[in-house]
Structures are given as structure tokens and as C-alpha cells.
Ligand binder design. Structure first.
Ligand SMILES: N[C@@H](CCC(=O)N[C@@H](CS)C(=O)NCC(=O)O)C(=O)O
Length: 261
């Protein structure tokens, strides 16, 4: 039996896996202050308020490429953050992909569906809008940011292409929230009536919150009043403020930073 456990653990960690990860109990998050990291932070912080959820955190400075090392790739072959390790499972269960982390926490922690829905139709709405942003929003906004910041040639083609597509995706969310075509304006992305704040909102909000500062003209932003109101509606939640902030900042918490040689 002991032999089996040893085998299981050795297939999960390497000799290089940092002690903070290897010895963690319960939920352990590996993250940094990026939009994909922040969506996990925000939901964990919301769950802490409701259920008293506890977890531990390790931070990675992406510039050190710790996330590309074999010990990390063994946990997430995609070599990106965030990941959540559930050490209450045997062997520990690793969740990669930020939206999948939200779904995992919804299924395992948020038993009362405070940030989800027990009704299958409303749950289907939640899944739709979470996947819509994960598939059509965040990769496009990520590429838009990349080409905006790292143009290496005179051709603005890629930057323009991604900018146009980000604005199109914002337009989809604006149409949905405004109720322009359905006569049902909404406050949140999923749920009956005007909707309910859920992981679908957390998922998209961590990215869209910056929409006024990522290079759009005032006239372009004027097309999204309902999206702007939605950003403001969510911004002041205490758990949201904590999720954005210093608990996940390696300069404030250098003791949480993991770096192998
Ligand atoms: N689809 C993934 C994307 C994760 C992702 O792109 N993470 C970025 C930070 S937001 C990252 O780890 N970048 C570092 C790298 O690519 O090496 C998710 O939603 O979790």
C-alpha cells in the first residue's frame, strides 16, 4: 500500500517540484497577477466570504519561465498559469485552464450555487457565456494586446484585425446586456430575469475591466454603455477588490514566489 502511494506521488511531482507545492494541503493555487490569474483569485475570494474556503497560493514570475520547466509541465503541459491543485484528492487533482478552475470550484465548493445555478437552463446560460468569453474573448483580447505592444513591422494588419474582433466581441456582450433585441435588459450575463452575478461574469470581467485603458478611442467605447455599467457594477465587490490585489502581488509577498534553479 505504502509502495502504491509512493508510486503515485512520484508520478505527480519531480525532484525539482518546490516544497511549497509538494507539501501543500488542501487547495493550492499557482498564479500571478494577470487576467487569467485574477479570475481564479476573485472566485476563491468570493467563496471565502460565503463558505470560509481556505487555500494556499504560490506565485510565479512569468519572466523567469518557471512555468516552462519540467516540474511545472508535469502539472500543466500547457506551461501557463493559473493552475489549481486539489490535494484532498488521491492522487492530487490538477486543474488547468482558468475557466475550468471556476467550473471545478463551482462543482466542488459552491454547493449552494451562490455563484451558479441549480436550474439546468440557467446553468446552460452560464456555460454558454463562460465558453463564449473563454473561446472568443480572451484569446482575441490577448492577441490584440500582444500586437498593440509588440509591433515589429510597419504593417498594422494584425493589430487592426484583433482590435476589430475585440470590438465585435464587446458588441456581442453589449447586445446581450442591453436587451436591445429581446426587450430584456440584463445586469449579469446568465440567469433568468436580469440575471445573477455568477462565474460567467467573473470569467469575463477579469479581462474586460481594463477595456477603457487598452487603446480604444472614446468614440469606440461609446458603443458599449451597458458593458461599461456591468464593469462598474462588479468592480466594488470586496472579494473582487481582494482578488485583484496585493495578496497575489509578488512584490508584497515575495515569500510566495517560487523559483527553482
Ligand atoms: N487558456 C488558458 C490561458 C492561460 C494563459 O495564457 N496564461 C498566461 C497568463 S494570463 C501565461 O501563463 N503566460 C505565460 C506564458 O505563456 O508562458 C487559461 O485560460 O488558463
Amino acid at each position: 500500500m505504502g509502495y502504491c502511494i509512493a508510486l503515485t506521488m512520484s508520478s505527480f511531482y519531480t525532484g525539482e517540484t518546490p516544497d511549497a507545492v509538494k507539501n501543500a494541503k488542501g487547495l493550492h493555487l499557482i498564479t500571478t497577477l494577470t487576467p487569467n490569474g485574477r479570475k481564479a483569485h476573485i472566485y476563491l475570494e468570493e467563496l471565502k466570504e460565503i463558505y470560509g474556503l481556505e487555500w494556499t497560493t504560490s506565485l510565479i514570475d512569468l519572466d523567469t519561465l518557471e512555468q516552462k520547466k519540467p516540474w511545472y509541465l508535469k502539472l500543466n503541459p500547457n506551461g501557463r498559469i493559473p493552475i489549481l491543485i486539489d490535494n484532498t484528492q488521491s492522487p492530487p487533482h490538477v486543474v488547468m485552464e482558468s475557466s475550468a478552475i471556476l467550473f471545478y470550484l463551482l462543482a466542488t465548493v459552491d454547493k449552494n450555487n451562490v455563484f451558479g445555478f441549480s436550474d439546468p437552463i440557467e446553468h446552460s446560460q452560464l456555460v454558454q457565456w463562460t465558453i463564449f468569453w473563454h473561446a472568443s474573448g480572451q484569446p482575441i483580447q490577448g492577441q490584440y494586446n500582444y500586437f498593440r505592444r509588440n509591433a515589429v513591422d510597419e504593417s498594422p494588419h494584425a493589430a487592426q484585425r484583433f482590435k476589430k474582433e475585440v470590438l465585435r466581441v464587446y458588441g456581442v456582450l453589449e447586445l446581450h446586456l442591453s436587451g436591445k433585441l429581446t426587450s430584456s435588459p440584463r445586469e449579469y450575463l446568465a440567469g433568468s430575469g436580469t440575471g445573477k452575478y455568477s462565474i460567467a461574469d467573473i470569467n469575463a470581467w477579469s479581462w474586460i475591466r481594463t477595456f477603457k485603458s487598452i487603446g480604444f478611442e472614446e468614440e469606440e467605447l461609446a458603443a458599449f454603455p451597458h458593458l461599461a455599467a456591468w464593469v462598474t457594477r462588479i468592480a466594488d465587490r470586496p472579494a473582487v477588490l481582494r482578488g485583484l490585489g496585493e495578496a497575489y502581488d509578488e512584490e508584497v509577498h515575495p515569500e510566495l514566489l517560487i523559483r527553482t534553479e
